[in-house]
Design a protein around this ligand. Structure first.
Ligand code: GDP
Ligand code: MG
Length: 220
């Protein structure tokens, strides 16, 4: 596909781009819609070694990092084009037990969506999500906080210990979607974050309204 450079930050975007996926510069020459934007702080949680950092880095940089320091906890920013709306996504890749309790409580309280990750090769990593989810529900004072259950490492099918049915039963009991993914093969990684945005839109009655240049409004 043809790539075109953003005049502001020089990032290469897909041809026909409406806004830059790096700096959100609006390319007004491509279409008359000026999308309103939205922004969310999303948090990736789960036991050590399930692939939280691998998922985050695959989503942010489109690459698989086989080795990543388990103690690193960092925030990343990405502009995601979801259904034509520029979404400013801040992803917090958490580091579990290494983090001070007070810090954990803070991001459980302030997060606007949570990816709860387990590895399909590790039964315990699924049951360890239960107290994490309870902590989030306790810390949040809004109902319907967007959550998604993520079964990572589906490229390791021959080492699977958690069946899809089992994970689906947990997701159903929590009332959240299940996404089976692979950070290594980049399977369904984008969907994790899109699901959290979609849940926000479902809660608020739809995507942000887009304004046309002539002042008329349309809803996507
Ligand atoms: P974290 O502690 O949850 O942040 O886990 P990491 O992202 O550091 O990953 C732990 C280990 O699992 C590393 O060796 C990764 O290379 C590996 N890993 C992460 N995601 C996948 C995946 O989707 N497939 C496979 N095969 N390995 C993965
Ligand atoms: Mg990590």
């Amino acid at each position: 596909m043809v790539k075109e450079k953003c005049p502001k930050c020089q990032t290469k975007n897909e041809s026909g781009w409406k806004f830059c996926t790096n700096c959100a510069y609006k390319n007004e020459s491509n279409g008359s819609l000026t999308p309103s934007s939205c922004s969310y702080n999303l948090v990736v949680m789960g036991s050590g070694g399930v692939g939280k950092s691998a998922i985050t880095i695959q989503f942010i940089n489109n690459q698989f990092q086989a080795k990543y320091d388990p103690t690193i906890e960092d925030r990343y920013i990405k502009v995601l084009d979801y259904k034509g709306v520029p979404c400013f996504i801040e992803v917090l890749d958490t580091a579990g037990q290494e983090t001070f309790q007070a810090m954990r409580e803070l991001y459980m309280k302030n997060g606007e969506g949570f990816a709860l990750v387990f590895s399909i090769t590790n039964q315990r990593s699924l049951s360890e999500l239960e107290p994490i989810r309870n902590g989030i529900l306790k810390a949040q004072n809004v109902p319907n906080i967007p959550l998604v259950l993520v079964g990572n490492k589906i490229d390791l099918e021959n080492k699977r210990k958690v069946t899809k049915n089992e994970a689906e039963a947990v997701a159903k009991s929590w009332g959240v979607p299940l996404i089976e993914a692979s950070a290594k093969e980049n399977i369904n990684i984008r969907d994790i974050f899109c699901s959290l945005i979609q849940q926000h839109w479902d809660n608020s009655g739809g995507p942000p309204i887009q304004k046309k240049k002539d002042g008329l409004c349309v809803i996507l």
